[in-house]
Structures are given as C-alpha cells and as structure tokens.
Design a binder for this molecule. Structure first.
Ligand code: MBD
Ligand code: FE
Length: 293
C-alpha cells in the first residue's frame, strides 16, 4: 500500500529484511569493532528514519547541514564537534570513556569535554606567571592548588597543567584578531611539592559560535547558545592517566543550563574575593587528583 503521513491511514509497513541486507553487506575483512559499531549505527539510523517517516526533503536538509559544518571547519573552527556538543554527544562519550571518574571526593578529578578551542603548543610559562595579556577589563584571579596521586595523596612532580579560557568579550584568542596569539593559554609544570600557581581571569558566561549549523540547530530547538563561565585544563604527568576537564563558576547564571551539557558537581568552584594582592581581585583554589594506569 502507498506510504503516506495521513492521520487516518494505518502506519506504513516497511520491508523488515532491508536493514539486515545492508548490515549483511559488511565483508569478512571488516574488523570486529567496525562491524559492531557501524552495523549498530546502520540499525539505529534505519529505525530512526522509519519511526519518524523521514522524508527525502528532511533527510537532504540534514545532509546540507553536515556539508555546511564541513565547509566551515578549519584549524580554528571545528563545527562538526560543535554540532555534536549541542546534541550532548561529546558529553555522553566523555562519560562513557571516563566512567571511572566519579564525583566522590577521593576519586580522581572528574573529566569534562575538550571542546573545539584547545590549541596544541600553548606557551610554557614559569610557575606564578600570568596567562593574561592586553586585557584591561578582566577580573584578575590568583589560581593555585596541588596535583596529587588520588590513591596515596602524594604530590606529583613534573605534572603539566595546560590551561585555556575566554576573554571577557566571550572569545578565545583564535576567534579574536584583537587578542595576542596564545593569549589566556599556558602550560605550567609542577615541582617536587606538586603545587602550581598562576594568574588568569575570572571568566564570564559566553555564547558558543551560533552563526553556523550548531547555531541553526539551537534556533530550531528554541535553545540559547550560552555556556556557564569555565576554565579548561588538560593535566598530564608521567605514569598517570591524563585528565581533560573544565571547572565552572558556581555563581554563573547558566551553571544549571549549559548549552553543551558539560557541568559536573565536583567541577563547580568558588572564586573568593582577594584582598592585599595588587595582581588579583579573586582567589581560586583547586586541586587535581590523578590515577595511575
Ligand atoms: C566551548 O568553549 C566549549 O568549551 C565547548 C565544550 C563547546 C563549545 C564552546
Ligand atoms: Fe570552552
């Protein structure tokens, strides 16, 4: 019978063997993981199309969106990743990959998504240095803490803290021609005591780029593009599992409404007013706990 979307017509029946034929086309040399993951993706995609009676026009609109994400992407903008972020997919795979990290206080520091704005080769800076340059209107913050082994509590020497965050105008330096190259980024290496200290800004909430496909999805879903104020970190140390994470400002109005669903309770921090330090108006104390392999 004809396929229609009419309310009074019975739901269309589709040939149930079609999807199995597509999956069975997989050849013998496909690796077991590829066979499993892509076979499953085919099954879910087909079920999704059938359940929603997806039309050719709707499917093509999705294809255009994917193509546009590809066209927009370069080494400064990863639109494909941003599309995944607004759909919650990067946060979900983070959770799946790092399920060992829990919110318990004696667990390793929880992970959070990398996001599209990390850059390799951030400048190596001396302990106690600032990552801020050329910004007059920021809330300077003294950030400090210790990197420890989460089981023994022992300080970790030679841990590298790679940090990055946005300027008060809501832009990472690579999005903003007015910021110096590598502004608000740096790498700091701990000494014997595992301690670190640096100067950064108290960040502000900011809208993720919404002039492309990710923004289009937000608009179609009647959603806002804001992320709560956050600072990104990758913490690495010889013999330890690297941690990719972010910390979030408790007082931010988007703390319970992150456009990319990355906030975890143990990653929420308090910026405390700081007196008597000419270099900063806020203090932030945060420790990182790493697990061995
Ligand atoms: C960001 O700044 C970010 O950190 C993530 C995860 C996604 C989009 C923009
Ligand atoms: Fe970010």
């Amino acid at each position: 019978s004809a396929v229609t979307n009419g309310d009074s017509k019975p739901a269309p029946k589709f040939d149930p063997t079609f999807t199995q034929n597509v999956i069975n086309a997989t050849g013998p040399k496909a690796s077991p993981r590829i066979r499993q993951v892509i076979g499953s993706a085919i099954q879910h995609l087909h079920d999704w199309a059938r359940e929603n009676e997806l039309t050719v026009d709707e499917w093509m609109a999705g294809v255009e969106l994917i193509n546009e994400a590809g066209r927009m992407s370069d080494d400064r903008r990863n639109e494909g990743q941003l599309v995944c972020d607004v759909l919650g997919l990067e946060s979900l795979v983070d959770e799946i990959t790092y399920k060992l990290a829990t919110d318990a206080s004696d667990a390793p520091t929880a992970s959070a998504i990398l996001g599209p704005f990390w850059r390799k080769d951030a400048p190596e800076r001396a302990m106690g240095d600032t990552i801020v340059s050329g910004i007059e209107n920021g809330d300077n913050t003294w950030m400090h803490g210790q990197v420890t082994d989460y089981l023994t509590g022992k300080p970790i020497e030679g841990a590298v803290l790679d940090i990055w965050h946005t300027a008060p105008n809501g832009l990472y330096e690579q999005q903003d021609p007015d910021q110096p190259d590598m502004n608000l980024r740096g790498r700091f290496t701990t000494g014997k005591d595992g301690k670190y200290e640096l100067y950064c800004l108290r960040p502000t909430s900011y809208p993720i780029p919404f002039d492309g496909p990710a923004g289009k999805i937000l608009q179609l879903l009647d959603r806002h593009p804001y992320r709560p104020a956050h600072i990104h970190f990758i913490v690495t140390a010889p013999g330890y599992k690297p941690i990719v994470t972010q910390i979030f400002d408790r007082r931010d109005k988007y703390i319970t409404d992150d456009a990319v669903f990355a906030v975890k309770e143990s990653l929420i921090v308090d910026f405390e007013p700081l007196k008597g330090n000419p270099k900063a108006d806020f203090e932030l104390s945060y420790d990182f706990r790493l697990a061995t392999y």
